[in-house]
Design a protein around this ligand. Structure first.
Ligand SMILES: Nc1ncnc2c1ncn2[C@@H]1O[C@H](COP(=O)(O)OP(=O)(O)O)[C@@H](O)[C@H]1O
Ligand SMILES: [Mg+2]
Length: 328
């Protein structure tokens, strides 16, 4: 059974500015199943709604964000929890669902040693004496490639990569079933990024959890994810296995994202994206990509392409034939 099922989900930021209501359609009609034991990537440029989608999955929805339509359900231990059942979801927070928000390494309390941050975090969850707890935390951090010294350090004494490992340690100590990570490697240098990705993959193998990884960086997804959902302007435009995405992208946006990746030897000509995703309080009609799409046709300007299924993958573009061939 899927770990999470989203059906036709719409979530808007509703802000009032000088008496006028401004609605930002950050997540617009998203349907997505998240499978057990997979690493699902969510990719797309900044401002496309990735963080908002993760906030919904983690059930940390606060005004001005509001779910205005659709259904979401979690399946844990054979039970279904409907979305919006905050009390039930609270019981599952951290033990079942761990959320590593964007920029979370900067939120480690600067005046608390890592040891105390762990104690603060775990005191509601584990019932063992401090000494034994310290021993277990030290053990766990060592498995994550951190020395015992880290426990007695303050956050400012640690490098970015070490802080991110600490955050991942906190989030995964209780072996949650679902781990939601938002841009976990952004702001880290490339070598450190790779190590963090390998660490996440290893944890997932050992603990058998499901990971949803949000990153604007498609190259990162190539190294870690099993499947990728491509998000553009609040909508999912393509969902396929990572191999399918890179071997044969169906959606023009996916293709543009791939083309804007530098090749390893630096020889490819970057023919990727110019311009920016639309403002989501006033998105273009029809296909939201049409003002930037090199393959645009007349109907793309007025009609919205539905997400269609092609075998075991889905994509939303008029220029894909029913047989799943790109007509461009
Ligand atoms: N608190 C907020 N109020 C209004 N709009 C917001 C708020 N937070 C994010 N947004 C808007 O929602 C859209 C999606 O943002 P976000 O989910 O952060 O995208 P991503 O993570 O892909 O960069 C953007 O247009 C952003 O400006
Ligand atoms: Mg984001």
């Amino acid at each position: 059974m899927n770990v999470v099922s989203l059906e036709g989900l719409k979530a808007h930021y509703i802000n009032e500015l000088y008496g006028a209501i401004k609605t930002t359609r950050a997540v617009d009609n998203v349907s997505l199943d998240i499978r057990p034991n997979e690493i699902l990537g969510i990719a797309g440029e900044s401002g496309c709604g990735k963080t908002t989608l993760l906030k919904i999955l983690s059930s940390t929805i606060k005004p001005p964000l509001k779910i205005v339509q659709g259904k979401a359900a979690f399946h844990f231990d054979g039970k279904e929890i409907e979305f919006g059942d905050e009390a039930k979801l609270d019981e599952h927070r951290w033990r079942t669902i761990a959320y590593i928000p964007q920029g979370s390494m900067h939120v480690l309390n600067p005046v608390r040693k890592i040891r105390h941050t762990f104690h603060d975090f775990l005191e509601h969850h584990v019932d063992i004496d401090r000494k034994e707890l310290d021993r277990r935390i030290t053990d766990y951090l060592q498995q994550l490639g951190l020395s015992a010294k880290v426990l007695n350090s303050y956050p400012h004494e640690l490098s970015g990569g070490m802080k991110q490992r600490v955050i991942i340690g906190l989030a995964t100590y209780l072996r949650p079933k679902l781990i939601l990570c938002d841009e976990p490697t952004t702001a880290l240098d490339v070598m450190v990024q790779r190590n963090i990705v390998q660490l996440l993959r290893r944890i997932q193998k050992e603990q058998g959890n499901t990971i949803v990884l949000v990153s604007h960086d498609l190259a990162l997804h190539a190294n870690i994810t099993d499947r990728i959902a491509i998000m553009y302007a609040g909508k999912l435009v393509e969902i396929a296995s990572t191999k399918q995405i890179f071997d044969r992208p169906l959606h023009p946006y996916t293709r543009l994202l791939i083309n804007s990746l530098p090749s390893l030897d630096g020889t490819n000509e970057l023919t990727g994206l110019s311009g920016q995703p639309p403002v989501l309080s006033d998105p273009p009609p029809g296909c939201r990509l049409h003002p930037r799409c090199p393959y645009v046709e007349t109907r793309c300007r007025t009609e919205e392409p539905p997400l269609r299924t092609f075998g075991d993958r889905t994509a939303a573009c008029f220029r894909i034939s029913d047989g799943g061939e790109c007509e461009y």
